[in-house]
Design a binder for this molecule. Structure first.
Ligand code: 5GP
Length: 143
């Protein structure tokens, strides 16, 4: 599959469309998912382009998964979660809807199921409130 640089995450990385940013470094950008499957559902994308994991340069995995781990800990702490689901899809048949490599990070509570994937757009005020909780937890990690 050919990478399309007009995909939504490429536009977010270039700053052409807004996102609720959690953190950013030279290699990755982390931001809130606009159709969260749980409160605190967020995404990490590498800045280097690939449609998914299978066509990615393995060099991206180290900074990508370092960021996933950091965000996993921050979301677990921010939401007092019992666990954290990490998800990643490759190809439409596997459930992928945006064709720029990304990893989902979702804090989980026992007995609370995930909502539908790419289901319902969340109220922006709720997304901002949840992002604030995660940013505070990230700041505590650095503290
Ligand atoms: P995929 O199905 O490709 O693994 O996941 C794409 C994710 O991106 C979905 O969870 C969906 O809710 C989210 N998403 C789709 N469009 C946008 C957008 O414009 N902004 C943000 N922040 N998330 C998006």
């Amino acid at each position: 599959m050919v990478y399309d640089d007009q995909n939504i995450f490429a536009k977010i990385i270039r700053g052409q469309i807004p996102c609720e940013k959690l953190f950013e470094n030279e290699y990755v950008l982390a931001f809130m998912d606009i159709m969260p499957q749980v409160d605190g559902h967020c995404l990490v994308v590498p800045k280097r382009t690939s449609t998914g994991l299978l066509d990615a340069d393995p060099d991206v995995f180290s900074p990508l998964f370092a960021a996933v781990q950091r965000l996993g800990k921050a979301t677990q702490s921010a939401f007092d979660a019992d666990g954290v689901t990490i998800m990643q899809f490759n190809g439409a048949a596997a459930g992928q809807t945006v064709f720029h490599l990304h990893v989902h990070v979702m804090p989980r509570h026992s007995g609370v199921p995930l909502k539908t994937h790419s289901g319902t757009m969340e109220d922006i005020e709720i997304i901002k409130k949840n992002a604030d909780l995660i940013r505070k937890a990230l700041a505590m990690q650095e503290g």
